[in-house]
Design a protein around this ligand. Structure first.
Ligand code: ATP
Ligand code: MG
Length: 201
């Protein structure tokens, strides 16, 4: 086939493709606050959520971030985002459950943290709310799943919520509008490489 024929074919195919994409975009007309779940064993859940935080801030939106589980306040994301006037950044954990080794303490911490999240989920001035590592609090039954799901259902209708954490429950995924599962193909940690500044924290 000549170069001209190839170019013409390509042009024709792209025109068809463009028509299909334009029609599909035109038919997506609804607006609503989304519930997004980022789960799976691979790296990239929280950092994806923080990427959306950056997007929202670029549009002048107000963002609430509730970080469950983690106690550390020395992450790059916190240092950067908590400086932004439109961000309410709350570190609500006191370590991983295998660090605390105390179920009652974990439950008390989870409940205290959830009350902070509840305030965000009842305040429409927060355009985006990130509930980072929430799935663990549900999977260990530190929080009542029905209460959490009801709070999510009853949030302001235009508020976007992003939940991260491994092993998101079926009920949470069923409620969500968008669910992504990040697969663990390989991770540098298994080669003995320490968590790296700017990449892992
Ligand atoms: P990130 O914050 O980098 O997007 P994540 O939210 O997907 O990661 P978490 O389970 O919250 O993953 O773990 C956060 C930390 O653990 C990061 O330092 C990350 O690099 C590391 N990590 C994530 N997935 C894995 C994995 N499969 N094996 C080893 N370490 C991991
Ligand atoms: Mg994470």
């Amino acid at each position: 086939m000549s170069e001209t024929e190839l170019n013409n074919r390509h042009k024709e195919r792209m025109a068809k493709k463009k028509a299909l994409i334009d029609a599909s975009i035109a038919s997506a007309t609804k607006q609503k606050g989304l519930l997004i779940v980022l789960t799976g064993n691979g790296k990239g859940k929280s950092s994806s959520a923080f990427g959306m935080v950056a997007r929202a801030l670029g549009h002048g939106m107000k963002v609430g971030v509730a970080q469950f589980i983690k106690a550390r306040t020395d992450t790059g994301e916190e240092a950067f985002f908590s400086r932004q006037p439109q961000v309410d950044w709350q570190v609500l954990g006191d370590g991983f459950t295998w660090d605390t080794q105390d179920r009652n303490q974990d439950i008390a911490t989870a409940e205290r943290g959830w009350r902070v999240a509840q305030q965000m989920l009842t305040d429409a001035s927060y355009h985006v709310v990130v509930l980072d590592e929430l799935t663990y609090l549900l999977n260990y039954q530190y929080l009542d799943s029905d209460v959490v799901l009801n709070n999510l259902i009853n949030r302001p209708p235009m508020q976007h919520v992003i939940v991260t954490g491994r092993a998101a429950s079926e009920a949470l995924c069923a409620l969500a509008d968008t669910v992504s599962e990040i697969q663990d193909i390989k991770h540098a940690y298994r080669d003995g490489i320490q968590a790296q500044l700017g990449i892992d924290l």
